[in-house]
Design a protein around this ligand. Structure first.
Ligand code: CTP
Length: 401
């Protein structure tokens, strides 16, 4: 989606400046044309030559060093760019931008550009929390600029805190969805999706639970793919190890019972519900208030069946399009078709989890999509992101019939 997009990347002087080389490389890999401007402090951390080689364009550092006498270069870059990305953004550049100060190439061009501005702050945690930075951050948002939250973790100073430059991969992802948010008329614009993800946790006592191997990756990829097509997405997640995708409404749950409640809260308004979660079929009949102590040789735990969320929705649906998953180890087609009928789903995505590249906790998947009154669609081994995009395409196709 960044194909042909003209992006100006402004690198300012922080230790994370070296990571912006990777960011530039990734933007280009996604099809963008990138031109780079650097503050003089940034050139202390990484050389313009590195960025010149990566971007295949001259790098702008000095406002009076005109590359082409036919153009005033800062105005040329300001007008050329369709998006301005300030990464990393120091407290200093945020302060200057918030106050309209233009005293070098980067700040002057940022003042002159009419392109949307996407800011990726990275700085010491105390600088980030300083009242002046907080004030400038607020001002920049009020001025209509987008600011991506820094990560929390180990800082260059040797201690933990918020202020880390996010992974370039996540920055690219966030830029893509930022651009999409401003785009109208996507195939799913105005559609409300509910996607469930992860393996539910059924508590035995305050410290123990029953769960399964689902990582949530498939559900998260589906939420992102639907969002990228313009849908308004709520992600009901039982997974706590994945980052909340930008622009997606997150509802965190633990148990099958909680997932049932969360899904039905959204059910009426939803257009499409995708049950990618691995919902536990059984839950302990009694949840001990205190830790169960070791006693006899054998321990019996009584389990009660959980409510089948998909099947209940199948009975109650009015306009909703229901997509279920079927994780099987044998007779995949037979069980998938059975679930399509029994649960009154519109589509079942089946995978053979005994295969090495498919199923729980993997980065790839291989699925067959079964829909009512249609021939099954085989999706060969590919990343979960690609499988998700294919599933969303199939949903769009089927809904438009
Ligand atoms: N599902 C659900 N509620 C449950 C159990 C499953 O909504 N309590 C959904 C899953 O999210 C999935 C589909 O039903 O989309 C099929 O789940 P699966 O575990 O494959 O099927 P089950 O009906 O549980 O049957 P079995 O475990 O015997 O294969």
């Amino acid at each position: 989606m960044l194909k042909g997009k003209k992006i100006a990347v402004y690198i300012t002087g922080g230790i994370a400046a070296y990571k912006s080389a990777d960011l530039v490389r990734r933007l280009i890999k996604e099809g963008a044309e990138v031109k780079v401007a650097m503050t003089s402090a940034a050139t202390e951390f990484i050389t313009p030559y590195t960025l010149q080689i990566l971007s295949k364009h001259d790098v702008y550092t000095d406002i009076f060093d005109e590359k082409d006498s036919a153009n005033v270069s800062h105005i040329h870059l300001a007008d050329w760019s369709e998006l301005a990305v300030v990464a990393p953004a120091t407290a200093n550049i945020m302060a200057k931008m918030a106050n309209g100060i233009a005293d070098d190439f980067a700040t002057t061009t940022l003042l002159a550009t009419t392109a949307p501005i996407f800011i990726v702050p990275a700085m010491n945690t105390h600088m980030l929390g300083n009242a002046a930075t907080v004030r400038n951050w607020k001002q920049l948002e009020e001025d209509g600029h987008f600011i991506m939250e820094p990560d929390t973790g180990f800082l260059a100073e040797g201690y933990e805190g918020k202020g880390r430059f996010p992974e370039p991969e996540n920055i690219v992802e966030t830029i893509q969805s930022f651009l999409l948010r401003n785009q109208q008329d996507l195939p799913l614009t105005g559609k409300k999706f509910v996607v469930t993800a992860g393996g539910t946790k059924e508590r035995l006592d305050p410290v123990r639970y029953i769960t399964n191997d689902s990582s949530g990756k498939m559900g998260y990829s589906l939420a992102i793919a639907a969002r990228n097509m313009g849908a308004d997405v709520t992600l009901v997640s039982a997974s706590d190890n994945l980052e909340t995708p930008f622009g997606v409404q997150m509802v965190s749950v633990d148990s099958a019972g909680q997932m049932y409640e969360a899904v039905f809260k959204e059910f009426e308004q939803a257009d499409v519900i995708i049950m990618a979660a691995a919902v536990s079929d059984y839950t302990p009949k009694n949840q001990a208030k205190q830790k169960i102590k070791k006693s006899e040789e054998d321990l019996t735990i009584f389990l009660a069946k959980t409510k089948d969320i998909l099947a209940t929705m199948g009975q109650k649906k009015t306009h909703q399009f229901l997509v279920g998953f079927a994780a099987e180890t044998h007779d995949v087609a037979k069980y998938a078709k059975g679930k399509l009928e029994k649960k009154k789903a519109d589509m079942i995505v089946a995978n053979d989890v005994s295969k090495p590249h498919a199923g729980f906790n993997k980065d790839t998947n291989e699925v067959t999509i079964f829909s009512t009154d249609e021939e099954p669609v085989e999706v060969s081994v590919r990343t979960k992101k690609e499988v998700a995009e294919e599933i969303i395409q199939q949903v769009i196709k089927k809904m438009s019939k």
